[in-house]
Design a protein around this ligand. Structure first.
Ligand code: GLY
Length: 392
């Protein structure tokens, strides 16, 4: 993989002050506080995306998104000490336990998205044993999707189904649940299978220029790689912006558990491709084939990438690269705060506007989505709480 050089590095010049960050966090938490009172109470969850600015209230029995709201509440609790956030996040634990115990809506790989910001966070912050048990059950469930021959965790569909025998880049955020579960159980299989999945992912999902396929198919009988195919991107050979962002953050997160020097140039190639295709306001269009015009954005991709950069610069030794990457993160973050964060006069119960869930599927285009809100809160927390311990 060849890392592009960052073009016009001087464009990444934002000055992100403590005051701006605090104001943004306070605004976000005001919305969350109101959301508990007016929309979700203590036991309901926001839908994947808003419709005309508003999330619906849902049960925790389907999809991949409910963990994000719990995670936002834990972050809000960490930043403000607001007991209302803690109470709501703690109330969620029973429903996450029941969901994995009864296997409700879990025939997919998204156990990390569901259980890390909810139950792992609850355990790390409060020592809640039920949350720990639920997250371990979810991790054990996740590795049932690992295929020994092809060495990856199958994303969707019934295990072994030929028409779904693929990995997807998003899973880079699911495997930290396995690394964590190994750290608390000592069950090495969890760590080994996660790391094997990671290696299979990086050898196939990234192209020579650092861009990514969204999904990659393998032959069910031989386990050999077949081809990259998009699901939520513009085309098989384009680069879905959120997929690239999952790649950025996913590389950083595996580094937390399995640092290798070779991962740094890989990260540089993946991040530089992303940064070089940001439009003027530094928040990507939903696919990186678009670099200007009035196509829909995906603000959630920017929020995810910011978290990835802030994590990865802990492991990069070259100070000049660290400073440049920090500036890229700061510049995207300032744009999110100034141009995308929901304000008092917006009609919305979300935090971050102009995200896109699935453009071609016509789902959640130019709306809030709950992972955009979560990673925006996580980014604010990373900036404001320097010693923040990751949930991932
Ligand atoms: N993991 C699903 C998505 O990013 O839309």
């Amino acid at each position: 993989m060849i890392a592009e050089k960052i073009k016009n590095p001087e464009r990444f010049n934002a000055v992100l002050t403590e005051e701006i960050l605090k104001g943004a966090a306070e605004q976000a938490m005001r919305i969350m506080d109101k959301d508990i009172d007016e929309f979700f109470g203590y036991d309901k969850f926001p839908s994947h995306n808003s419709t005309d600015g508003y999330y619906d209230a849902e049960e925790n029995d389907d999809g991949w998104n409910t963990g994000f709201w719990s995670g936002m509440l834990w972050l809000g609790y960490e930043l403000s000490g607001n007991e209302k956030f803690r109470k709501a996040a703690e109330t969620h634990i029973d429903s996450f336990y029941e969901r994995i115990d009864k296997k409700l809506g879990v025939n997919h790989h998204d156990m990390g998205f569901l259980y890390t910001p909810s139950c792992v966070a609850a355990y790390k912050l409060t020592g809640n044993e039920k949350a720990k048990e639920a997250a371990i059950m979810a991790a054990k469930h996740l590795i049932t999707r690992f295929n020994d021959k092809a060495q990856f965790i199958q994303a969707w569909g019934d295990v072994g189904a030929a028409d779904n025998f693929r990995l997807i880049i998003d899973c880079m955020l699911n495997i930290p649940l396995l690394y964590w579960a190994y750290s608390v159980t000592g069950d090495k299989e969890l760590d080994e299978k996660a790391y094997k999945h990671y290696k299979t992912t990086i050898s196939n999902i990234f192209r020579e220029d650092g861009s990514s396929y969204h999904t990659y198919f393998f032959d069910k009988d031989t386990g050999k790689p077949i081809k990259g195919v998009t699901h939520q991107g513009w085309a098989d050979d384009s680069c879905w912006a959120r997929g690239q962002a999952w790649g950025i953050y996913g590389l950083a997160l595996t580094n937390k558990y399995h640092f290798t020097e070779e991962s740094v140039p890989t990260f540089e190639a993946v991040l530089n491709f992303f940064a070089n295709r940001l439009p003027k306001d530094n928040v990507p269009y939903w696919d990186m084939i678009f670099t200007d015009g009035d196509m829909a954005r995906d603000s959630s991709a920017a929020a995810i990438a910011i978290c990835g950069i802030l994590e990865m610069i802990k492991y990069i030794k070259d100070e000049e690269t660290v400073q440049l990457y920090k500036k890229i993160a700061d510049t995207m973050m300032l744009s999110l705060i100034e141009n995308y964060a929901v304000r008092d006069d917006d009609k919305s119960n979300g935090l971050l506007k102009r995200a896109t869930y699935h453009y071609k599927g016509g789902i959640g285009v130019d709306e809030c989505n709950i992972w955009g809100d979560y990673f925006y809160m996580e980014a604010l927390t990373r900036y404001l709480k320097k010693d923040w311990e990751l949930y991932w």
